[in-house]
Write a protein that binds this ligand. Structure first.
Ligand code: NAP
Ligand code: G4F
Length: 344
C-alpha cells in the first residue's frame, strides 16, 4: 500500500501555517510542520482549528542550511510549502538584515536543499503583493513590474525571482503565490486588521478606551486566509510550477476597516480634525480612534488591488468571503475571546 502524500509546511506556527495544515489534512496528507522555536512551543492557532494533534512538528530555522537539509532527507516530503518569514512589514525597516536572512537567504537555503536532496519535490513560495509597492499599474497581476517599498518587499522580490530561477535553471516544480493581504481570527495582533478587531472587542467590553493607528488612507485588497491557503495547495497540484496572484479584486482603506469593525458592534464612527489631530468618535462624542504618527512607515505602499484572473481561470480559485463578512467574523471572534469563550 502506498503511503499518504507528505507535506512539509514551514511557518507552521503562523496564521497561514494553521489554515494550510487544515487544508492539507482535509486532502488526506500527512502533515509535518516546521517551527523554529523549541521547548515550550505552543500552537494556539492549530489548537483553535482542532488540528494540533494531527500535525507532526519539527524544529527548523530557515537560516540554518544543514538543519533544513537533514529534515528534508528524514521526512522526504512530496510537497514543501514555505510560509516562514519575518512577515511584519513595519518591523523590516528596523530589522532589514534579519528580514533578508530569513525571507531571502532562507528561501535560497530551502531551494538548494531541495535541489540537492529532493529534486522531485514540489515547492511553494509565499510571495507577496508588497512586492508591487509603489504600483506601476492597477490592478496588479502576474506581469505587473515590482517596485518594493520596504526591506520586507525587497526580500520577497528576491525570494520570488530565485524561485523562478530554480524552476527555469534546475527544472524544479516551484510555484510562487503572489498573495494580497489575507486575514482571519488567527491573524497576528501586530497587523492592522486584527489590531482593530481586537481593540473594538475590548472597547465594547469596557476593557480598553481607544485605539491609536497610523496611516488611515492606505488601501489593501483584504481577503480571508482560509481561501488563500486552498489556492496555495491548488497551485502545487498543477502539472508545472508557475506564478499566480491571489486577490479579491476589491480594495478598502484602513479607515473603512475601522468603520466596518465598529459597525459590527453597533457603533458608528464619525471623524473630525486633521492629520495627527484627527479623531474617531462614537455617537456620544467619546473618542475611540486617535492617530499616532510613529506608526507611519518611512516608505508606504499606498494602494494594492489584485487581479486574480489567472488563478480563477487555471486553478478554479475564487475567494468566498466578502470584506464585510470578513470584518464581522473577526470582530465576532475577538468578542468571544474577550468573554473567555475560546481556548487560548
Ligand atoms: P505569520 O503569521 O507571521 O507566520 C510566519 C511564521 O514564520 C511565524 O510562525 C514565524 O515563527 C515563522 N518564522 C519567522 N522566522 C523564521 C525562521 N527564521 N525560521 C523558521 N520560521 C520562521 O505570517 P502569515 O500571515 O501566516 O504569512 C505566511 C507567509 O505568507 C509569510 O511568508 C508572509 O510573508 C507571506 N504573506 C502573507 C500575507 C498575509 O496577508 N498574511 C500576504 C502575502 C504573503 P514564530 O511564530 O516563531 O515567530
Ligand atoms: O496590516 P499591515 O501591517 O499589513 P501590510 O503591511 O500590508 O503587510 C501584510 O500584507 C502583505 C501583503 O501585501 C504581506 F506580505 C505581509 O506579510 C503582511 O501580512 O498594514 C496594512 C496597512 C499599512 O499601510 C499600514 O501603514 O495598514 C497601515 N496601518 C495604519 N495603522 C497600520 C497601522 N498597520 C499596522 N500594522 N498598525 C497600525 O497601527
Amino acid at each position: 500500500m502506498s503511503r499518504a502524500r507528505r507535506a512539509l509546511v514551514t511557518g507552521i506556527r503562523g496564521q497561514d501555517g494553521a489554515y494550510l495544515a487544515q487544508t492539507l489534512l482535509d486532502e488526506g496528507y500527512e502533515v509535518f510542520g516546521a517551527d523554529r522555536r523549541n521547548g515550550d512551543s505552543t500552537h494556539w492557532r492549530m489548537r483553535r482549528l482542532g488540528i494540533e494533534d494531527h500535525v507532526r512538528v519539527l524544529y527548523m530555522d530557515l537560516t540554518e542550511f544543514s538543519n533544513i537539509l537533514r529534515i528534508l532527507e528524514e521526512v522526504r516530503p512530496d510537497e514543501i510549502y514555505n510560509l516562514a518569514a519575518q512577515s511584519f512589514v513595519a518591523a523590516s525597516f528596523d530589522l532589514p538584515m534579519v528580514t533578508t536572512q530569513v525571507n531571502a537567504n532562507g528561501v535560497l537555503h530551502l531551494l538548494e536543499a531541495i535541489r540537492t536532496a529532493l529534486p522531485e519535490a514540489r515547492f511553494y513560495q509565499a510571495s507577496s503583493s508588497e512586492m508591487f509597492g509603489r504600483v506601476r499599474e492597477t490592478p496588479q497581476n502576474e506581469s505587473t513590474p515590482f517596485y518594493p517599498r520596504s526591506p520586507y518587499g525587497v526580500s520577497k522580490a528576491y525570494a520570488h525571482w530565485i524561485t523562478v530561477n530554480f524552476r527555469e535553471a534546475h527544472g524544479l516544480h516551484a510555484s510562487s503565490g503572489i498573495c494580497f493581504n489575507h486575514e482571519s481570527p488567527l491573524r497576528g495582533i501586530e497587523f492592522v486588521t486584527r489590531k482593530i478587531t481586537r481593540a473594538v472587542a475590548r472597547i465594547d467590553a469596557g476593557e480598553q478606551q481607544q485605539i491609536a493607528l497610523g496611516n488611515l488612507e492606505a488601501r489593501r485588497d483584504w481577503g480571508f486566509a482560509g481561501d488563500y491557503t486552498r489556492g496555495m495547495w491548488q497551485m502545487v497540484q498543477q502539472p508545472e510550477g508557475d506564478d499566480y496572484v491571489l486577490a479579491t479584486g476589491v480594495s478598502h482603506s484602513v479607515r473603512e476597516f475601522v468603520e466596518a469593525a465598529f459597525e459590527a458592534v453597533g457603533e458608528r464612527i464619525e471623524w473630525d480634525g486633521e492629520g495627527v489631530e484627527e479623531r474617531g468618535r462614537v455617537a456620544d462624542g467619546t473618542v475611540r480612534v486617535t492617530i499616532d504618527p510613529t506608526l507611519r512607515r518611512p516608505t508606504e505602499v499606498d494602494v494594492l488591488l489584485g487581479d486574480a484572473t489567472k488563478a480563477r481561470n487555471q486553478l478554479g480559485w475564487k475567494p468566498t468571503l466578502s470584506f464585510e463578512s470578513l470584518v464581522a467574523l473577526m470582530v465576532e471572534d475577538d468578542c468571544k475571546a474577550v468573554r473567555g469563550e475560546l481556548p487560548s
